[in-house]
Design a protein around this ligand. Structure first.
Ligand SMILES: [Zn+2]
Ligand SMILES: [Zn+2]
Length: 144
């Protein structure tokens, strides 16, 4: 009797990975965290929302100091919309360029204005380089 080629569905269904938070091997799930870390994150979230119920306008750093939850975790909650910045006026997370407090998107207003201008400049330069490149080609051909 040979087992070759026989597929065990239960074995192929089991997907394991290292927990991105603590590094332990765990069975993959929707939240992409092991059980222990999921519980820790849930406890952090409960602490934050409990505190915000009392202090609705608390800033991110006040919230972190009061609950002991790391700023990084609070920023994640805000970005995941678990603690929506639209609902809690004091909460911000850092601009991914300069670190200033942001309540929407990835960049603060001044960075997004600056980046938009830089991108436009780059495009202009590319356009001009292309035009110049085409001009040279024609001249080269004419000189033959
Ligand atoms: Zn973990
Ligand atoms: Zn910025």
């Amino acid at each position: 009797m040979s087992f070759s080629g026989k597929v065990w569905p239960a074995m192929t269904m089991l997907k394991v990975a290292n927990c991105p938070s603590c590094g332990q091997v765990f069975q993959k799930n929707l939240r992409n965290l092991c059980q222990g870390c999921q519980r820790a994150v849930d406890a952090d979230f409960t602490a934050c929302s409990d505190y915000l119920r009392k202090a609705h306008k608390a800033t991110t750093s006040e919230l972190s100091e009061a609950t002991g939850v790391s700023l990084r975790q609070i920023h994640a909650f805000i970005k995941e919309n678990k603690l929506p910045a639209t609902f809690y006026p004091g909460l911000t997370y850092p601009c991914s360029s300069c670190g200033a407090g942001v309540r929407k998107g990835h960049l603060c207003t001044s960075c997004s204005v600056r980046l938009t201008a830089e991108i436009r400049q780059m495009r202009d330069k590319e356009e001009k380089a292309k035009e110049r490149g085409a001009g040279f080609q024609i001249r080269d051909r004419l000189s033959y």
